[in-house]
Design a binder for this molecule. Sequence first.
Ligand SMILES: Nc1ncnc2c1ncn2[C@@H]1O[C@H](COP(=O)(O)OP(=O)(O)OP(=O)(O)O)[C@@H](O)[C@H]1O
Ligand SMILES: [Mg+2]
Length: 174
Amino acid sequence: MQQSRLQPQSLGLSPRPDAVFELAGHEQTQALGHALGLSLKVGDFLGLVGGLGAGKTTLVQGLVGALDEKAEATSPSYALVNLYELEPPVLHMDLYRLEGVDDLESTGYWDYVDAGDRIMCVEWLDRIPQAWPGAGLLIELSVATEGRRASVWASPGYAGLVEQLQERFAAASL
Ligand SMILES: Nc1ncnc2c1ncn2[C@@H]1O[C@H](COP(=O)(O)OP(=O)(O)OP(=O)(O)O)[C@@H](O)[C@H]1O
Ligand SMILES: [Mg+2]
């Protein structure tokens, strides 16, 4: 699996992650997504990086499922943008097939960012780092000996959110 070449420092984040979660299996990736769904607020941004099959969509499935257990997130690899009209609404996007920053305009990406009326989840942020809106969470999923590892970086305003995430994930793992 190829590793992300996105340097968190290039987004104004610290070199080391603010939190690391060990995800032994699919269910734990979903559990971290569930904790994210309960912790993120409308207008919050979540950038996801990691190689093919790292678990980015699985994480968003958990997030969307936390807001409505009947909602099923599917991969936006082909649709590019999936919208879930939940409370709060969620945008799930995949930059994998976009060529560059000009394509962001044509998908209406900046209109969604400016509106700030959804949780935004963006897979393959490393393809177009300019899509980073200046604040948010960055999660890198990587293959670990057992399952996956999620490394989380938070911009300054998101530190409290990381604490909530740790508490909720720990509670779910009991
Ligand atoms: N913690 C985990 N341990 C083992 N397998 C996992 C874990 N989390 C997710 N998976 C599995 O990894 C596979 C790929 O997951 P997923 O589609 O979410 O990856 P992705 O990063 O979105 O891939 P893509 O790059 O194609 O968008 C799925 O079969 C999923 O069940
Ligand atoms: Mg995916």
